[in-house]
Design a binder for this molecule. Structure first.
Ligand SMILES: NC(=O)C1=CN([C@@H]2O[C@H](COP(=O)(O)OP(=O)(O)OC[C@H]3O[C@@H](n4cnc5c(N)ncnc54)[C@H](OP(=O)(O)O)[C@@H]3O)[C@@H](O)[C@H]2O)C=CC1
Ligand SMILES: O=C(CO)[C@H](O)[C@H](O)COP(=O)(O)O
Length: 476
């Protein structure tokens, strides 16, 4: 990289959890980094805590000084909340920039906003990058997975830095220029949608073991830890196992037992779903996961309902640990397949030419959904995939053949025992829908034509038809 003398390679604005960690990661990899923050008081403590890395860091309280400290063309990474704060920052910093400079939004932004921001900056000479960053604080500090959307110009300048700080899978940096404008944020949004589904399905298996089998958190955590060494090996199983085995110092109880059962959400799961639905895609496992977080927040309703809605279980046995493991594997495969279908649809809709194999590859390390399965998915996409459908890859169908029977047993047991398994059930429902060459939508079309004259297509002729609905029962 050609850096102007005395200037920094990149500016990081926003010294919260993610911004601080990324700034340190960049400095650790030999880059000169300028930092700034809305509350300037945070800058000095950050530089002090950086220790020896402080030599490669410079802090600036005034935005103009921060901008002036950067080598041109400038790269400025924002790690701030999405939405209005980003718009305000763009408006404020724009007059201080020169042609060729790049603004990078590394937060979890709605890709529609990213597209709008890119379009608004078009013709100004200033480039806008929407970059999805995954891996949480530890990932940001030691190696995140990054999904970059924006111009080739920006990618050329950013590439050496993001490749240096990214997580690596067998030496391959987990970062890619996935497409223009909002592509990076869209891919990160779908990553989070899959994350929601995976987290929910793990929680459902936990529910089966806790509420169906009466097992304690520590036992379940130990079981999950065993699953880590197999096809379920993943960051989310690892953290779930560790969380379940952690003990609250105040009470001596498992930490999970003292946590209120109301899940938060900041929007990415919901956005995945909204965009999927807009494109006519099924994302049933993700929808169930978003819905489950919503229902979890209705605590008072659930407390009131428990003594009233007593028709819960009709009996039955909790399936074996092995069956639960394979059910989770099937659910995970199906949720990923849904996520990749959304990416395929978006690629067509927005003309992005998304490289699904590369996306699977950059999710193999650093990000929250990293798992051994992603290596299989990447290989499947690199191989001979019928029409790009992950679920039809011979390797994946073989895995499903071994695990779908377990998913059926677990979903059936959940229904019988009264244990809620919305995401696992939804993934099975999707599997059973798409594996039928002739589904039941013929009756939906009949109903639509019957009451609304909407017409239908025939299996034996071309064109649009109306039914001869000649069996209307006489009014009573
Ligand atoms: N935490 C995570 O695991 C991940 C977070 N993200 C995304 O990264 C972004 C940052 O998240 P995170 O670091 O966790 O958040 P934090 O809350 O830790 O930090 C937020 C930062 O944004 C600044 N900020 C807040 N409001 C404004 C504003 N109106 N104008 C300018 N700056 C503002 C804060 O400055 P001040 O100190 O002055 O308040 C602070 O520097 C978010 O978009 C988040 O969705 C992405 C991946 C993972
Ligand atoms: O992007 C992330 C991980 O990939 C963030 O941790 C994000 O906050 C997770 O979403 P939510 O807060 O809605 O659970």
């Amino acid at each position: 990289m050609n850096r102007e003398a005395g200037k920094a390679d990149i500016g990081v604005y926003g010294l919260g959890t993610m911004g601080s960690a990324l700034a340190l990661n960049l400095a650790d990899n030999g880059f000169q980094v300028s930092v700034a923050n809305r509350e300037a008081d945070w800058i000095a403590p950050f530089l002090t805590e950086a220790g020896p890395l402080g030599e490669r860091l410079q802090g600036h309280e005034a935005l103009a000084d921060f901008v002036q400290s950067l080598s041109r063309p400038r790269n400025i990474l924002f790690m701030i909340p999405s939405g209005t704060p980003m718009d305000v920052m763009i408006d404020t910093i724009k007059p201080l920039l020169d042609e060729g400079d790049t603004l990078i939004d590394g937060g979890n932004a709605d890709f529609n906003d990213t597209r709008a921001r890119s379009a608004a900056l078009e013709g100004t000479g200033i480039h806008f990058v929407g970059m999805g960053v995954s891996g949480g604080e530890e990932g940001a500090r030691r190696g995140p997975s990054m999904m970059v959307g924006g111009s080739t110009h920006s990618w050329q300048h950013l590439r050496p830095m993001v490749e240096a700080i990214a997580a690596r899978h067998k030496g391959d940096p987990c970062v890619a220029h996935v497409g223009p404008d909002g592509a990076g944020h869209f891919v990160k949004t779908v990553h989070n949608g899959i994350e929601y589904a995976d987290m929910q399905m793990i929680a459902e298996i936990y529910g089966m073991l806790r509420d169906g089998a009466g097992k304690g958190a520590d036992d379940i955590g130990q079981l999950f830890a065993q699953w880590q060494n197999g096809p379920l090996g993943s960051y989310l199983i690892e953290v779930s196992a560790a969380a379940l085995q952690s003990v609250d110092r105040r009470t001596g109880l498992p930490v999970v037992d003292i946590i209120l059962d109301q899940a938060g959400q900041k929007g990415t799961g919901r956005w995945t779903l909204i965009e999927a639905l807009k494109m006519g895609q099924s994302a049933s496992a993700i929808e169930a996961a978003v819905g489950a977080r919503g229902w979890s927040s209705e605590k008072s309703l659930r407390v009131a309902a428990e003594p009233v809605l007593t028709l819960g279980a009709v009996g039955g046995a909790v399936p074996s640990n092995d069956t639960l493991k394979h059910a989770l594997l099937a659910g995970r495969i199906l949720a990923h397949a849904q996520g990749f279908r959304i990416l395929t649809a978006a690629s067509t809709e927005f003309d992005w030419s998304l490289d699904l194999a590369r996306i699977a590859e950059i999710w193999r390390a650093g990000c929250i959904i990293r798992s051994v399965l992603l290596d299989d998915f990447a290989a499947a996409f690199r191989g001979d995939l019928p029409d790009g459908h992950l679920i039809l890859s011979p390797q994946i169908t073989q895995m499903l053949q071994g695990s779908i029977p377990s998913l059926r047993k677990v979903v059936a047991a959940g229904a019988s025992l009264g244990v809620a398994l919305p995401a696992l059930s939804a993934s099975l429902g999707w599997y059973d829908s798409i594996r039928r060459a002739r589904g039941t939508a013929n009756l939906i079309q009949a109903q639509r034509d019957f009451f609304g004259a909407h017409g239908f297509a025939r299996v034996d002729d071309e064109g649009a038809f109306h039914g001869d609905w000649n069996m209307i029962a006489p009014a009573p």
